[in-house]
Design a binder for this molecule. Structure first.
Ligand SMILES: Nc1ncnc2c1ncn2[C@@H]1O[C@H](COP(=O)(O)OP(=O)(O)O)[C@@H](O)[C@H]1O
Ligand SMILES: O=C(CO)[C@@H](O)[C@H](O)COP(=O)(O)O
Length: 479
């Protein structure tokens, strides 16, 4: 029997690097590897890019097929600021997408250009998550480190460059920086934030290689390395996502997005108008508090994450890390509506509801911002680590009122990267590869009646909590 040809896809996400070795023809996952990262828990959210590089080598080697791979691609957590010196070494740990210390710098950027003009030019109104806000934070707060910078990379660019030696990125991940437009990097924005365009990577065309492997570590020298992309764009590829099909991803971040025909330009800032990795658009809303926040509340309550109880009047806004949707970077977690008969199980269910609420409320905005239909009968595709959880699945069905499809494939970001790598070998588009592989297949859970009462209770608490969510008890980094 002929030995199947192999490609490798990598997901360098917030908590870990995950790698899959995939059969080029069959799409079968032949081997998987995983290596954890560390994220700082103090004043902000930081991670050492050199650890991501070692984790990549470990995860790729653990697939057991690295020496046979014919191509590779790296997808990564979006937005993070990787600031390198003239020797290519990080001047400090990377500032991650969920580090809200850059909220004042984001607000100043919005004040400078106006929300409408940001949305028109870059597709998005910057929040603390965006790379541009993080770069402004670094210049203001750590000028000595900023003075040593000779290159700025996103997490996936940094890893692609370590593999190939080429300074390359793709339009999907670049669209989360705050300085990318469909015409290229915006020179007025770069001048305003005092960033030399020579420090930025070249934006590689979809479907082309960033370079070839330089030949150390587990991969063979000379195999092509695809451009890679941001993790949400990669999951869209990994699902072979058709236009207008909504996806809800439950990981460290919660995201809701679709592939869209028109370029989103939402001046309210709820919907980020990202580019996808192929030439289209990826309107997306993102929360900072998703699986990690709910797991934290479960452990505080001393309960297993599945030990929820329906009913009760409690509302939990689980904004442990501040929040991005709604844009409340100073917010902390809030509980409301407790009675004598409120149980720990009710509180845990309320935490799931509070985490899912903002994503599901943003879902219609995401679809319409991209010119797609908000037809509630279209199944919602549920992915990310949380999609495996029964309590998450039921919460999403109750609060969306939509049928929910849960793909059997676990690592859709890494699969999307693998599909990009496969495209380099076969000449196919990455989404066509994923459709051929059947990666989106999985059970369809029928719609449940929409729990409008719970949705209204959360909306009311959010509205009335106003001032409490704008002040900052124990705000990380506030000194
Ligand atoms: N069986 C499960 N049920 C519910 N949640 C789960 C399960 N397995 C993993 N998770 C959650 O998934 C999260 C990791 O998801 P993942 O999408 O891999 O995150 P990231 O890409 O941000 O690193 C963990 O925080 C954990 O809470
Ligand atoms: O900031 C965003 C999207 O805009 C996040 O979705 C990050 O891309 C991190 O993703 P995970 O590590 O949670 O998958």
């Amino acid at each position: 029997m002929a030995v199947e040809r192999v490609v490798i896809g990598v997901d360098s996400s917030t908590q870990a690097t995950k790698a899959v070795a995939v059969g080029l023809e069959s799409g079968e996952v032949l081997g998987e590897g995983r290596a954890a990262h560390a994220v700082s828990t103090g004043g902000g959210k930081e991670s050492d890019p050199r650890r991501w590089w070692r984790a990549l080598g470990e995860a790729v080697a653990a697939t057991g097929h690295a020496d046979r791979a014919e191509a590779v691609s790296v997808a990564g957590q979006q937005h993070g600021l990787v600031a390198l010196d003239a020797d290519g070494a990080p001047v400090r740990p990377a500032l991650l997408w969920n580090d809200i210390r850059s909220a004042p710098q984001a607000a100043a950027l919005v004040e400078w250009l106006g929300a409408g003009e940001w949305a028109r030019r870059t597709g998005s109104v910057p929040t603390a998550a965006f790379t541009a806000a993080k770069w402004c934070w670094l210049r203001e707060r750590e000028p000595e480190a900023a003075a040593r910078v000779a290159a700025i990379r996103l997490p996936h660019d940094y890893l692609t460059e370590r593999l190939t030696g080429a300074a390359a990125t793709d339009r999907g991940d670049a669209s989360g920086t705050g300085w990318w437009t469909p015409q290229g990097y915006d020179s007025e924005i770069l001048r305003h934030v005092q960033l030399d365009p020579a420090w930025l990577p070249r934006v590689v065309e979809p479907g082309t290689a960033a370079g070839t492997v330089r030949g150390h570590g587990p991969l063979r020298e000379g195999i092509p390395v695809a451009a890679g992309t941001g993790d949400n764009m990669a999951a869209a590829l990994g699902l072979g996502l058709a236009r207008g099909v909504p996806v809800l991803s439950l990981g460290t971040s919660g995201t809701v997005y679709t592939v869209a025909r028109s370029r989103p330009q939402d001046p309210s800032g709820t919907v980020a108008g990202f580019a996808d990795a192929l030439g289209g658009w990826l309107p997306l809303a993102c929360t900072l508090n998703c699986t990690v926040a709910v797991d934290r509340i479960a452990s505080t309550l001393g309960r297993d994450r599945e030990a929820v109880e329906a009913g009760g009047s409690a509302v939990v806004l689980p904004y442990l890390d501040g929040e991005r949707t709604p844009n409340l970077p100073c917010a902390s977690g809030l509980m409301h509506g407790l009675r004598h008969d409120t149980t720990a199980g009710h509180l845990l269910q309320a935490a799931y509801d509070g985490a899912a609420y903002s994503l599901l409320v943003a879902l219609d905005d995401v679809l319409t911002a991209g010119g797609e239909s908000a037809d509630a009968d279209t199944p919602l595709v549920l992915i990310g680590g949380g999609a495996r959880g029964a309590a998450w699945q039921r919460t999403v069905r109750r609060l969306s009122g939509r049928p929910v499809r849960v793909p059997a494939a676990g690592e859709l970001v890494a699969l999307g990267a693998a599909a990009q790598a496969a495209g380099l070998v076969t000449g196919e588009r990455a989404d066509e590869v994923a459709r051929r592989w059947g990666t989106a297949r999985g059970p369809l859970l029928e719609a449940l009646p929409k729990d409008s009462e719970a949705l209204e209770r959360i909306a009311d608490a959010l509205e009335r909590a106003g001032g409490l969510l704008r002040t900052a008890p124990g705000l990380p980094g506030r000194d």
